[in-house]
Unconditional design. Structure first.
Length: 276
């Protein structure tokens, strides 16, 4: 039975994480952790030995936790930093991955992994679609918009929704939440560096200019640099200014996600390390 990607966001997260945990890569060069923004990046567009542990509706913390617990030791860990870091660790996913019995069974019996269970995946897909059709668009729904199925009208509405959301200043509560979650991330990063010797590089995903100039985005970026100061944490230099295209203001369409992936591939800092 051939392997398959999960058709739903949740199933895709499971398949992606199981492949990393149960299929040890002896030529692992870099791991990307992040949210649905970075999940759009295709590993093949960056290079051999690159694994993407960015998860839809999740944050970098879940990917960092997997890297921390895994036996693999990636030379580079690329960490997405923005307001998605306030999302909690996916404990349910982690419990499933490292279940004391199923861990060994899935490692040695690939047929027990989600990517080899198309029937259950299809059923979950139908359930998810049914629920989505019954609910109006919400902020969470923006994470699951797929470029190939979005009409210009829906895209325009989604982008405006994002602009409206990001035009609301960062509240004291949200800022405090970012600070608390950043504490956890700094601990995760420190442990990964200590145990694996990995070089950790922080980055943010590009967005459409209308969104990138909103007050909340600017405040989040400023706070992120205070929580992860450049004199203590290495940040990836941003790509050259251009108009990045999305269907919702924040999730890059496939061609632009490919462009950013190639930027990662060609970036001098990462390129030199990937070759070493």
């Amino acid at each position: 039975m051939p392997a398959s990607e999960g058709p739903t966001q949740r199933e895709n997260n499971i398949v992606r994480s199981q492949r990393y945990v149960y299929q040890q890569d002896s030529d692992l060069k870099m791991v990307i952790v992040g949210s649905s923004l970075a999940a759009r990046l295709n590993e093949k567009h960056i290079g051999e030995g690159v694994k993407n542990l960015a998860f839809g509706a999740r944050s970098s913390k879940t990917g960092l936790e997997i890297v921390k617990r895994s036996k693999s030791k990636p030379p580079i860990v690329l960490v997405e930093i923005n307001d998605t870091i306030t999302r909690k660790i996916d404990s349910e996913l982690l419990d499933s991955l490292y279940h004391p019995i199923f861990y060994w069974m899935r490692q040695y019996l690939p047929m027990l992994r989600e990517e080899y269970r198309p029937i259950s995946v299809f059923i979950d897909y139908l359930k998810s679609r049914s629920k989505q059709n019954q609910k109006p668009m919400s902020r969470e729904a923006l994470d699951s918009i797929e470029g190939r199925n979005v009409t210009p009208e829906l895209s325009k509405k989604a982008i405006q929704t994002t602009v409206d959301i990001q035009s609301i200043p960062l509240s004291e509560k949200d800022a405090e939440n970012m600070k608390q979650e950043a504490d956890l991330m700094r601990n995760q990063i420190a442990e990964i560096k200590k145990n694996t010797g990995a070089k950790v590089v922080l980055f943010d995903m590009p967005r459409e200019s209308r969104v990138n100039t909103t007050i909340r985005i600017k405040q989040v970026q400023e706070l992120a640099k205070k929580l992860f100061p450049p004199d203590s944490f290495e940040w990836l230099p941003p790509p050259k200014e251009r108009e990045w295209r999305t269907n919702d203001g924040i999730h890059l369409i496939r061609s632009d996600a490919k462009d950013f992936a190639e930027f990662l591939r060609d970036n001098t800092i990462l390129d030199l390390r990937l070759k070493n």
